[in-house]
Write a protein that binds this ligand. Sequence first.
Ligand code: SAH
Ligand code: SF4
Length: 422
Amino acid sequence: MNVAESERMAGQLQKIGYTLTEDFETADLILFNTCCVRATAEDKIYGKIGEIKKYKRQNPALIIGVVGCLAQKDGENLIKHAPHIDFILGTGRRGELASVVQNFESKRRQFVDISNVSGMIDDENILPIRAGKVSAFVPIMYGCNNFCTYCIVPHVRGRERSRLPNEIISEVTETVNAGFKEITLLGQNVNSYNGGGKTFPQLLRDVDKIDGLKRLRFMTSHPKDLSDDLISAMAGGKNICEHIHLPVQYGSNKILQKMNRVYTVEKYLELVKKIRAAIPNISLTTDLIVGFPGENDEDFQETLKFLQEVQFDMAFTFIYSKRTGTPAATFENQVDENLKHSRLEKLMELQNKISLEKNLPYDGKTVEVLVEGASKTDKNIFTGRTRQNKLVLFQHGTENIGDIVNVKINQVQTWLFKGQII
Ligand code: SAH
Ligand code: SF4
């Protein structure tokens, strides 16, 4: 989501004469688009903001702005910590970035604006400057209404707002016409999309019909409202990829309830069964949090058992991070840091074993790969992804970036496949 939003901010700034640069030394403006979902993300940003102080000393005209979730959450405190910041703009004000920058250029007065957290963004129809050439993100909604007890997102991004379907369709059409092959529709919970009276499955079917689009993905789905209609839209889709990211967060009902996830382990398993029955070659990935307050050994063992049962293709695993302002931060029985780490290790060890087992049947098979580009370490090796979102490495031949090729897999690992184009 942050990548997608940064691309739109770059689009806004281009309109007022800025161009993108990676070079801090010569930049006229440095903008931090921040995340505060976990303490590690936050610490990293505080570190980076400190590091760029030297550029301001070298070039006093340099403008430094902080936008995004941490800007929304910490506001004035960020300036207190780092007075070299020129402006702080909250999440509901992102659409005004260009005028804010222009205003600052003329007045040079430090300011903080974190009002309007649930407001419209108004940069939806600004043409983004996309980082990639093959695969593009298209936000379909902003904010979140779910208030999982551990999560800061609804507090810093405000309530759910859906974009209108015709705006989404035009953006996807334009992007595909510009040569992109793959589109990922984005939202904190795409299943509760409701734009101009359309549901998410209806929108998905409409986007799927766009000429020239080769692959359609979406992220993220909350299990509580993943509907039968979505499953049938996926099963009957033309370009909708056989992959679903369905964060479960935990594998015991006691903790799920404390997290306010509003489903049970049994409901989740039922959902997985339905999805797999309708789309047999689907890959299923998830997010998991260990060390949530009140987690005991029994809960953790239940989660390991749950992982064995579901057999996810892959899981993003996180250590619970206390976020001030969320209910879970005040819960009793916070888990000891060392215990959190040792549980994370056990969880990852089991999931890595499962991921490898899930990949083994692909050995010797031929898969359809969308070519993304050369590997960072070896320009003769190209990378791409299967429809199931599995990473594939192969020897570069005559194919081009953006082509769809058939690759015969001859080596299977936990996170990637190696093979040859046939
Ligand atoms: N809206 C998406 C998730 C957005 S945040 C969804 O509900 O699926 C991405 C992931 O960060 C979450 O799925 C969760 O696993 C993790 N996360 C959120 N808050 C966290 C916290 N306080 N500590 C650790 N992980 C957290
Ligand atoms: Fe956070 Fe839950 Fe909303 Fe996802 S659904 S962003 S985890 S509150």
